[in-house]
Design a protein around this ligand. Structure first.
Ligand code: SF4
Length: 324
C-alpha cells in the first residue's frame, strides 16, 4: 500500500514575466516500508519536489497544483495547524548541511530537548533528556554529545545528530535531501548503512534525493529519474540500473566510473545542459540533448508508459518500439 502518493504535482516559479515550470505533472508512489531514490542533475526538480510536499516553498511567487497524499491525508491543501503536527511526527527531513540546521550557541542536548518539549510540553526535563540520550545511542553517538556544542563535532557526528532529530517522533516518512553528499566516502558509507538498519528496525519509509547513482544502487529498492521537472523513468533500482530504458538514464549510468580492471572505457558525459524551463522545447523535454532523437521527438512529449510491473519510462523509443 502506498504511504505517499503524488498525483499530477506541478510547481511553477513566477518572477516578473518569467514563469519557470520546475515540476511538471509528477506522479509517484512510495509503498510503506520501502525506499525510493530520486536522481537527476542539479536543476531537475528534486529539491522542489520535497519542498512542495513539505509545503516549505515561499508563498506568493510559487504556484503549486496537484495532490500529495501521506497516509491518506492530502498535504498540498492541508490547513497550516494540521501540517505543523504532521511535520516531524509523520514526515521528517534531513538536509545536506546539518551544521546550518544546528544552533552554534546551544549544546546539542539543550537544542534537542527544546525541540522535543515544544512538541510534548507535558514531558519533564528528565524524561526529555532520557529520550535524547536514547536517540543519540540509536545513531551511534556517545551520550557525552549531549553536552557538546556543534563546533565540537565532526561533520559525520553533526549529520548523525540531524538524523537523530528527524527520528525524534518516529516519523513514518523520512526524507533525505543529499544528506550524506558533503561527507567523506567512509563516513558516508557508515551513515548510509546505519540509516538502512534503522529503517528496518523502526519500520520507516524513506525517500532519498541524490545525484549519486551509487548511493541509490546500494540503499534504495526503487528509483525515479527526474529531468527538467519531468519524471522520465521509474522502477526497481536493479532493473533500471541493469537495463535502463530511457536515453537520459542510460547517459547518467554511463557517466559513472566502473571500477573493473577489464573495463577501460573513458567516462562519457551527456552533452548540453538543462533547457530553459521558462520556454521548454516543444516536443520531448530531453530532445535537445538526446543522441537518439527523431522527428517525432521534436513534435510531442512522450507519455510515461508501463513496461512490466512498476516499470515506467517516457520515451517514444523505449523498449525498442515506437510509442506515440
Ligand atoms: Fe530521446 Fe526521443 Fe526518447 Fe526523447 S522521446 S528521450 S528525444 S528518443
Amino acid at each position: 500500500m502506498a504511504l505517499l502518493s503524488i498525483r499530477d504535482l506541478s510547481v511553477t516559479y513566477h518572477s516578473g514575466t518569467r514563469h519557470v515550470k520546475a515540476l511538471n505533472s509528477l506522479n509517484l508512489d512510495i509503498n510503506e516500508g520501502e525506499s525510493l531514490g530520486i536522481v537527476g542533475e542539479s536543476g531537475s526538480g528534486k529539491t522542489t519536489l520535497i519542498m512542495a510536499i513539505l509545503r516549505l516553498l515561499p508563498k506568493g511567487s510559487v504556484e503549486i497544483s496537484g495532490e500529495a497524499f501521506l497516509n491518506g491525508k492530502e498535504l498540498i491543501s492541508l490547513k497550516q495547524e494540521e501540517l505543523l503536527k504532521m511535520r516531524w511526527e509523520e514526515m521528517a527531513l534531513v538536509f545536506q548541511k546539518s551544521m546550518n540546521a544546528l544552533s552554534p550557541v546551544h549544546k546539542i542536548g539543550v537544542l534537542m530537548s527544546d525541540i522535543y518539549r515544544i512538541h510534548k510540553p507535558e514531558v519533564s526535563k528528565r524524561d526529555a533528556r532520557r529520550r535524547i540520550e536514547e536517540l543519540l545511542e540509536l545513531v551511534n553517538l556517545p551520550s557525552r554529545v549531549y553536552d557538546l556544542y556543534p563546533h565540537e563535532l565532526s561533520g559525520g557526528m553533526m549529520q548523525r545528530v540531524s538524523i537523530a532529530l528527524s527520528l525524534m517522533f518516529n516519523p513514518k516518512l523520512l526524507i533525505l535531501d543529499e544528506a550524506t553528499t558533503a561527507l567523506d566516502v567512509v563516513t558516508q558509507t557508515q551513515i548510509l548503512e546505519e540509516i538502512v538498519a534503522l529503517e528496518k528496525k523502526l519500520g520507516i519509509t524513506r525517500m532519498m534525493i541524490t545525484h549519486d547513482m551509487s548511493v541509490v544502487a546500494s540503499t534504495c529498492k526503487n528509483v525515479a529519474v527526474l529531468y527538467a521537472g519531468c519524471l522520465l523513468e521509474t522502477g526497481l533500482t536493479q532493473d533500471v540500473l541493469v537495463e535502463p530504458l530511457h536515453p537520459y538514464t542510460q547517459g547518467l549510468i554511463k557517466s559513472f566510473p566502473v571500477f573493473d580492471n577489464d573495463t577501460h572505457q573513458p567516462l562519457q558525459s551527456i552533452g548540453g545542459s538543462l533547457p530553459d524551463l521558462s520556454s521548454p522545447p516543444p516536443g520531448c523535454i530531453f530532445e535537445p540533448r538526446c543522441i537518439k532523437a527523431c522527428d517525432m521527438c521534436r513534435e510531442s512529449m512522450p507519455r510515461l508508459k508501463e513496461y512490466g510491473q512498476g516499470r515506467f519510462a517516457a520515451c517514444h523509443l523505449a523498449g525498442g518500439e515506437i510509442n506515440v
